[in-house]
Design a protein around this ligand. Sequence first.
Ligand SMILES: [Zn+2]
Length: 356
Amino acid sequence: MGPQLPSDSHYMQLPREVLIGKQVAPLVGETLTRLRIRGRALIVTGPKVKNIAADIVLDSLNDYGFSTEISVVEGSTTEQVMMVENKINAFKPDIIVGVGGGKDIDVAKLSSMHTSKQFLSVPTAASHDGIASPLVSMKGMDRPYSYVAHSPVAIIADTSIIGKSPYRLIASGCGDVVAKYTAVRDWKLAHRIKNEYYGDYAAELAIMSSRLVMKNSSSIRMVSESGVRTLVEALISCGVAMSIAGTSRPCSGAEHLFSHYLTMTAPKPALHGEQCGVGTIMCAYLHGANWELIKEVLHKIGAPTTSTELGIEPKYVLEALIKAHTIRPERYTILGESGLTKEAAQRVATITGVVT
Ligand SMILES: [Zn+2]
C-alpha cells in the first residue's frame, strides 16, 4: 500500500518504536504521546484479553489524557473488521490500539488500514509473526493467505504478559520462526528459476531470526525471560524483514502453503505455527537441507513434529503436500508447478517420520 514509485525503487514501511521487556504494557500512553499522537484511542481486543492486558493499556491511555473506547472482537472475520470500521467511523479515533493475540491484532491492522488510521500493536501472545508484520491474513477473504496491509506505528511487547500465555502458543511461534529456514530457500529458488525479486538483507534477517530461536530453544522451553524475549525479537524481526522486502517472501514458503492448506481442509487444524513447523521438516528434506536439525529443535521446544502430534490424520497431511502448490500458484517453491506426486509425498512424510 506504499506510494506510487518508479519501478526500480523500493518502498519500506517500518514501525517507529519497538518496546520489548517486562512491564512495558503500561507505557502505551507515554509512547503515543512521545510520537505526538494524542486525543482519542480505540482499543481493539479479544474477549479473553479484555480484562487483563487491555485494562493495563486502558489505564495507561487514560493517564495520558486519551479518551478511550473498546471494541471486543471474536475472531478475524470480515464481519468483525467491518464492525470495528463502523466503530472507527463513529468514534473517530486518532489511534487504533490492537491488544491481544494474532487475530485481534489482524483486525486492528486491517480496520485501521481501511480507515487510514495509524495503529499500535500490543501482542499478548507470541504465536506467529503477524504481531509485527505489515501483512494480514483473514478468514472469509477470497484468498487464504496474507496480503500487504500496513505496519504498526509502534509495537509494545510485554514479555511478562506474553510469558504467561499458554505454552502451546509460544511453541507455535517458534514453529513460525523456524519456518524461515525453508521460506528463504524457496525465495532463493524462485529468484533463480523465475527471476523473482530477492533481497539479501530481508532474507538474512529472516534466517538470523530462525537461527537465534533454534540456538535458544532450551531457554524458550523454560519460558525464561530471555527465552521469551528471543522469540518476541525474532517474530518482530520477521515482521521487519517482510516490511523491508515488501512481500511475505522471506517468511513464507512451501511450509506455509502446507500450513494454509491444512487450515483450509483438516477437520481440526492445529495452530498456524505448529503446522508450519512440521511443514518445515518436510520442505527441508525436499531442499536437501538439514531436516533432522529442524525436527530435533522443534522436539526440544515441545512443538509438534508428526501428524499425530498435530492431531491431524495422515491423509490430510499427504493431501496438503500434494496440493499445497495450488492455493498460491504464483508463489514458486520447492513443491514446483505441478506439486509432489502421491508417491513423493508419501516418501517425504515417511522418511522424516511425520507420518508413520
Ligand atoms: Zn507464518
